[in-house]
Design a protein around this ligand. Structure first.
Ligand code: DWN
Length: 402
């Protein structure tokens, strides 16, 4: 296959076979589910990591179930991002901000008091409706050159465009950046945040590999992508949310904003770390993690102990199906998202139940499948169930908290 950023040939890093789309929770056990190849590949030319096969966007996003959870770690992250945008002079009280992939508007809600105007863009009607109920003006559509042109002609150019955890969810990043350059004001800034490919590899995060993640962006690949569209990286930071995320700030090459030292620093750190041996080690270490989790579950179930999953995240879907967990051994998964409750995890058929029900059931074990929120979930379990349940956390290394 070829790299969808630079066109060079790619090599296979990980082949998970055919998997169902991660956010396609089933309404009933009988519901038919499609499966598609899940293969990660690497481009030596520009250091891009991508999925080989991209599922059609309509199949993935038509009725989307992911609602950004209320989480203290995300709140702290939003506050940090907004502080940084202001201190670097990327926003002020006169700014017009457009966020695409804005989901229920959690980030825009925090940003609103700091700027003049905000607009959310999201592709899922059910999600846009929640955002509007929360007072965030949101248009229901995909972002690309046409949408950008229309917003520019009706509302004017944007001083800041935000794409948090959605740019990698798009088969053609070139179209996306065309949209960005079409809408951005001359000195406007584009803020793009994604799961960081290097963190996915070096933390052995199999759960990050699902069909929505068509790219696992790296600094080198993104720098190349932006340069192809007359844009320049201004700043790069690595943040602890969503299992290790990378935040890029970029602008037109001729923008007044300076390129900060963080760009060269992270480019060099990445060059040193993203080696052929890391790529080869990735599938091997995943196998090791699979054996460890399988062993823990087999031992617990074999001795008559009960286990609940915690977090019906997209990451959970790949994780449970990779490890081969089923409802026969783990019948339930706790999750705070009302729209997920009563549904079943793809393929594994594990039923999603409200968190309070999990606390009431007080199982012997919780296996944390939303491990990126492990600290806050462990605190909730301890507050509601005391010290009795043991807690299995699969990342960064498999650990049992007792
Ligand atoms: O890129 C994407 C990321 C950012 O969000 C999307 N493609 C889809 C989604 O991925 P995810 O589903 O893996 O995201 P989360 O935020 O890791 O999902 C966490 C899940 O855990 C949610 O379903 C909510 C749930 N949760 C809970 O039940 N109690 C979360 C917390 C913090 C809790 O206390």
């Amino acid at each position: 296959m070829t790299c969808r950023i630079c066109g060079a040939p790619t090599e296979r890093v990980l082949d998970l076979g055919e998997m169902p789309p991660a956010n396609r929770l089933k309404d009933s056990l009988e519901q038919f589910e499609n499966s598609y190849p899940l293969v990660m590949e690497y481009c030596r030319e520009c250091s891009n990591l991508q999925l080989q096969y991209c599922v059609d966007a309509a199949e993935l996003y038509a009725n989307y179930l992911y609602v950004t959870p209320d989480s203290p770690s995300l709140e702290a992250h939003y506050a940090k991002l907004i502080g940084r945008l202001a201190s670097q002079g990327y926003i002020d009280k006169s700014s017009f901000v457009v966020e695409f992939g804005s989901n229920v508007g959690s980030f825009l809600r925090r940003l609103k008091p700091e700027v003049a105007r905000i607009l959310g863009i999201d592709h899922a009607e059910n999600i846009c409706a929640i955002a509007r109920e929360r007072g965030i003006e949101t248009e229901c559509r995909y972002f690309g050159p046409e949408t950008a042109e229309e917003i520019r002609s009706t509302r004017g150019p944007a001083d800041l465009i935000v794409a948090r955890h959605c740019a990698a969810h798009n088969e053609n990043p070139h179209l996306l950046i065309e949209g960005v350059t079409g809408l951005l004001s001359p000195d406007g800034v584009f803020l793009m945040e994604n799961a960081y490919g290097l963190e996915t590899l070096r933390n052995f995060e199999v759960g990050q590999v699902y069909h929505e993640h068509m790219f696992f962006f790296t600094v080198q690949a993104v720098e190349r992508l932006f340069a192809m569209h007359g844009m320049r990286l201004l700043d790069v930071s690595i943040e602890p949310v969503h299992g290790g995320s990378v935040v890029f700030a970029a602008a037109r090459a001729e923008s007044r904003h300076p390129t900060l030292p963080s760009v060269a620093e992270h480019r060099e750190l990445e060059r040193a770390a993203l080696t052929p041996s890391l790529l080869a080690e990735f599938p091997r270490r995943l196998e090791e993690m699979r054996r460890q989790v399988r062993g823990l579950v087999d031992t617990a179930v074999g001795s008559g102990q009960s286990i609940w999953l915690y977090g019906a995240s997209a990451k959970a879907s790949t994780f449970v199906n990779y490890v081969g967990l089923t409802r026969e051994e783990i019948p339930y998964c706790a999750d705070s998202t009302p729209v997920k409750q009563g549904r079943f995890l793809p393929r594994a058929n594990i039923m999603v139940r409200p968190e309070m029900e999990a606390f009431g059931a007080a199982p012997d074990y919780f296996l944390i499948t939303a491990w990126n929120y492990a600290d806050e979930i462990v605190a909730k379990i301890r507050a509601n169930c005391g010290t009795r349940p043991r807690i299995i956390v699969p990342h960064p290394t498999v650990a049992v908290l007792s």
